[in-house]
Design a protein around this ligand. Structure first.
Ligand SMILES: NC(=O)c1ccc[n+]([C@@H]2O[C@H](COP(=O)([O-])OP(=O)(O)OC[C@H]3O[C@@H](n4cnc5c(N)ncnc54)[C@H](OP(=O)(O)O)[C@@H]3O)[C@@H](O)[C@H]2O)c1
Length: 285
C-alpha cells in the first residue's frame, strides 16, 4: 500500500481502499462541511451508519464536491433496532435514501446482540444476515459484513447461512488489538477494519506509543494508523480539521520494525472503550 486509495481485494473480488474516513460525530448540527473537507483532503471511503445520523451529510458533501458517486466507497450499518429479516430490508431502503444512492459498497450488521441479555441473538443474526444475502444478490450492496462480531458470533452465521461475511469492523488500536478475532478473521478470509484506530485519543499519550512515535519521528496518531496498516487492518480515523485529515494519510513513508510491532501487540490493555458485545458496557476512568 502506497497511498490511502490503494486497495485490498475482499473475498468476493470487490476492491476496498486501505484507509477510510470515520463519520461518527463528524458533523455539527445541520452541517456537512467536515465531510466535504475530508473529500477535499482526498478521502473517498466513508464509514457511516444509520445510528450516526451522518448518512445525509455524506450525501450532501458528495453532491457539493461534484465528484461522481462511483468514485466513492460507502459503508453503512444496520443498527440494533433495525435487525431481523423485514426490518433490515427496510433499513437499507432508508439508508440508500439518506445517502441519495441506489447501492452501497459495503453493508454491515452493527452489533451481534441488541443487548447483552438478548436470548434470541442467534436467530436474529441469521434472519438479519439472510436479508443481507438477498440485498447482496440483488446488487443493492456490493459486499456484506459484520461489526463487533467475535468468533463465536461469526460461526453462527457461517453454520446457518450461504454467503460468507467479507468484513468485520472491530475496536482496534495499540492497547486493544483483539488478537483472537484477528486470527479467526484471517483464517476465514474476512478483512478486519479498525474503529477508534486512535483509541479516540486515549492511547496517544501512552508511554510506549509516544516512545515509538519519537523513534520514527512521527506523531502518535500516525504511529497508530501505520500499526493498523502493517497488521493488514483498515483504519477508519475521524478528524475535524484539514491538518489532521492530511496527517492521518501520511503513513506510507515509514515502517515499524518487527520488534516494535510485537511490543505494540503485547502492551498491557489500554484505551479500551469499555464496549463488548456480550457484556454491559464497562465504565472506565
Ligand atoms: N462499528 C462500530 O461499532 C464503531 C464504533 C465506533 C466508531 N466507529 C467508526 O470508527 C470511526 C473512528 O472511530 P472514533 O471516531 O471513535 O475514534 P478515532 O478515530 O480513534 O479518534 C477520533 C478522535 O481523535 C482525534 N484525532 C483525529 N486525528 C488526530 C490526530 N492526527 N492527532 C490527534 N488527534 C486526532 C479526533 O479529534 P477531532 O475530531 O477534534 O479532530 C477525535 O477526537 C468512527 O467515526 C466510526 O466511523 C465504528
Amino acid at each position: 500500500m502506497k497511498s490511502i486509495n490503494d486497495c485490498y481485494t475482499l473475498s468476493n473480488g470487490v476492491e476496498i481502499p486501505c484507509i477510510g474516513f470515520g463519520t461518527y460525530k463528524a458533523a455539527e448540527k445541520d452541517n456537512a462541511d467536515i465531510i466535504r473537507m475530508a473529500i477535499d483532503a482526498g478521502y473517498r471511503y466513508f464509514d457511516t451508519a444509520s445510528f450516526y445520523g451522518t448518512e445525509s451529510f455524506v450525501a450532501k458533501a458528495i453532491e457539493s464536491s461534484g465528484i461522481k458517486r462511483e468514485k466513492f466507497f460507502l459503508t453503512s450499518k444496520v443498527w440494533k433496532d433495525e435487525m431481523g429479516y423485514e426490518a433490515t430490508k427496510k433499513a437499507l431502503e432508508r439508508t440508500l435514501w439518506n445517502l441519495k444512492t441506489d447501492y452501497l459498497d459495503l453493508y454491515l450488521i452493527h452489533w451481534p446482540l441488541p443487548t447483552p441479555d438478548s436470548k434470541d441473538w442467534k436467530e436474529l443474526d441469521i434472519a438479519t444476515w439472510k436479508a443481507m444475502e438477498e440485498l447482496y444478490k440483488e446488487g443493492k450492496v456490493r459486499a456484506i459484513g459484520l461489526s463487533n462480531f467475535l468468533p463465536h458470533h461469526i460461526m453462527n452465521i457461517q453454520k446457518n447461512c450461504e454467503v460468507e461475511p467479507m468484513v468485520n469492523q472491530i475496536e482496534f488500536h495499540p492497547g486493544y488489538t483483539q488478537e483472537a478475532v484477528l486470527r479467526f478473521c484471517r483464517e476465514n478470509d474476512i478483512l478486519v477494519q479498525a474503529w477508534s484506530p486512535l483509541g479516540r485519543q486515549r492511547v496517544l499519550k501512552d508511554a510506549l506509543v509516544t516512545e515509538l512515535a519519537e523513534k520514527y519521528q512521527v506523531s502518535s496518531a500516525r504511529l497508530c494508523l501505520r500499526f493498523a496498516l502493517q497488521k493488514g487492518v483498515i483504519p477508519l480515523p475521524k478528524a475535524s480539521a484539514m491538518e489532521r485529515m492530511k496527517e492521518n494519510q501520511d503513513i506510507f513513508s515509514f515502517n515499524i520494525e518487527e520488534t516494535d510491532m510485537y511490543r505494540l501487540e503485547t502492551m498491557p490493555q489500554t484505551g479500551w472503550s469499555g464496549e463488548h458485545p456480550d457484556r454491559v458496557r464497562m465504565v472506565l476512568n
